[in-house]
Design a protein around this ligand. Structure first.
Ligand SMILES: NC(=O)c1ccc[n+]([C@@H]2O[C@H](COP(=O)([O-])OP(=O)(O)OC[C@H]3O[C@@H](n4cnc5c(N)ncnc54)[C@H](O)[C@@H]3O)[C@@H](O)[C@H]2O)c1
Ligand SMILES: [Zn+2]
Length: 428
């Protein structure tokens, strides 16, 4: 944990990136080479290779099938305690209502001569990767499958790591909570899963792949980008908290640790205009870090953490805009004015009650968010990511067409005589 009371130092972008030990995923050629070798083998030997890698990395030889049967989903879901399955249903309902409320509007623009615009249609086949290596993430099912379902996607394949050939009970329960007839759970993980979705091996070839994962998963998604679409490349989770020091320091310490426990490379930061508050939170983080379940993860991820002093809260937001964090908590009495100044962040949590973990599970917007500074140009997923725009145009009358014929001059300049003729012959 690093304490910075020198604002000029905190303002330096390079210093911030160093503090968070952010790196480009694609510099690790060694892992990318391993991923490419696996994909090339799968391209050559198809399902046989998928089977072998699945056995090697996930100890599953596909003997009970690639796709989980309905009976398996129901019987695995029965293993989940009732209060947990009810909590999943409650979250699912809220997430669904949120996404159903987003109005998808077609658009039409008219001039005297023509009308043009676009309409939205769902992507037909999508693949969703749900990490299952270190932990199972039923919440990621809710935060992706429900969004795809609301958008009207036809086939939703969910790839998740099996345990001794069986799907994880919490994943099964989350899929049932989504209440969608379009979902199939594919018992594959890692590069094998991404290859199966991108190449259509054992399942339909998907049009777009969504979901977070480790470096192997992210690099496999990067490899196939272009052959299929991808949502984004998700890296380790991040939080930046901006506080005016008027929130209970214990609350902020727990928020800090809630991010730190995600994985060893998680990034955490707190910026405040109150030096005393920064110190208090830091002491509490140290104290509570000994109480969390995953002490060894937290111990290592806290090395990527900082506590920084900014003279004003506006200054704090300007630092946040440079970092473009995945999650930004504005734990301040008047968060709205500061929110107006936010330019780059995946999701913003407004006010002291709204801690980030509520967003992970139940508030509504998807928790699949841009990390590693990519909130400068990516957004968290929502229904629009499962749709595509189709443009249309119509020329109203032959008379109206006359007013458009100078386009043929541009075609001529570009050396396209057929283009020119196609336009002019309509006026003959
Ligand atoms: N941003 C988000 O919304 C979000 C949500 C949940 C999880 N995550 C992140 O997703 C990641 C999950 O990683 P994970 O490892 O637990 O699960 P994972 O499912 O992404 O990867 C596990 C799989 O990787 C493959 N693999 C592992 N080592 C390999 C090797 N040496 N060669 C080839 N393949 C190999 C195996 O198939 C294994 O089953 C974490 O970083 C976590 O923080 C992010
Ligand atoms: Zn979280």
């Amino acid at each position: 944990m690093i304490f910075i009371d020198d604002f000029l130092l905190l303002k330096k972008e390079a210093e911030l990136q160093r503090l968070w030990k952010r790196r480009s995923y694609f510099q690790d050629n060694k892992i990318f080479d391993e991923v490419k070798a696996i994909i090339n083998d799968i391209k050559t030997r198809g399902l046989e290779a998928i089977k072998e890698y699945s056995k090697k990395f996930d100890d599953y030889d596909l003997s009970s099938g690639l796709i989980a049967s309905e009976e398996e989903i129901v019987s695995q879901a029965r293993l989940v305690p009732v209060d947990v399955s009810n909590a999943l249903k409650h979250s699912a309902k809220r997430i669904k209502r949120y996404h159903e409320s987003i109005k998808i509007k077609s658009f039409k623009y008219e001039t005297e001569e023509s009308e043009s615009g676009f309409k939205w249609t769902p992507i037909e086949n999508v693949g969703i990767y749900v990490p299952g290596g270190l932990a199972a993430y039923p919440s990621t099912i809710l935060m992706t499958v429900i969004v795809a379902d609301v958008a009207g996607v036809d086939n939703i394949y969910v790839c998740s790591k099996p345990n001794r050939g069986k799907i994880n009970p919490y994943i099964a329960s989350a899929v049932l909570a989504c209440n969608s007839k379009k979902v199939k759970i594919v018992k594959l993980s890692g590069v094998q899963a991404i290859s199966s979705m991108a190449l259509g091996l054992g399942i339909k070839k998907v049009d777009k792949i969504f979901g977070p994962g480790n470096d192997y998963v992210s690099l496999a998604k990067k490899y196939f980008f272009g052959e299929v679409a991808i949502d984004m490349i998700a890296g380790p989770s991040e939080i930046l908290i901006v506080s005016d020091g008027k929130t209970n320091p214990s609350w902020i310490a727990w928020d800090f640790l809630s991010q730190a426990e995600h994985d060893k490379n998680a990034k955490t930061g707190l910026i405040s205009n109150e030096i005393g508050f920064l110190n208090e939170v830091m002491e509490k983080v140290k104290e509570y870090s000994l109480k969390v379940l995953n002490k060894h993860i937290v111990e290592s991820s806290l090395q990527n953490s900082f506590f920084g002093f900014a003279p004003t809260l506006e200054d704090a937001i300007s630092i946040s805009n440079i970092l473009a964090p995945e999650h930004l908590e504005i734990a301040c009495e008047n968060p709205d004015e500061l929110f107006d100044k936010v330019q780059n962040a995946g999701t913003v949590f407004l006010g002291s009650l709204t801690c980030e973990p509520f967003g992970d599970y139940i508030l509504g917007p998807s928790h699949v968010l841009p990390t590693s500074g990519s909130a400068r140009y990516f957004s968290g997923i929502n229904v629009y990511d499962f749709l595509k725009r189709t443009n249309f145009s119509r020329i109203k009358t032959k008379d109206a067409l006359k007013n458009l014929l100078d386009a043929s001059l541009i075609a001529e300049v570009e050396g396209f005589s057929a283009h020119k003729k196609a336009m002019l012959c309509r006026n003959e």
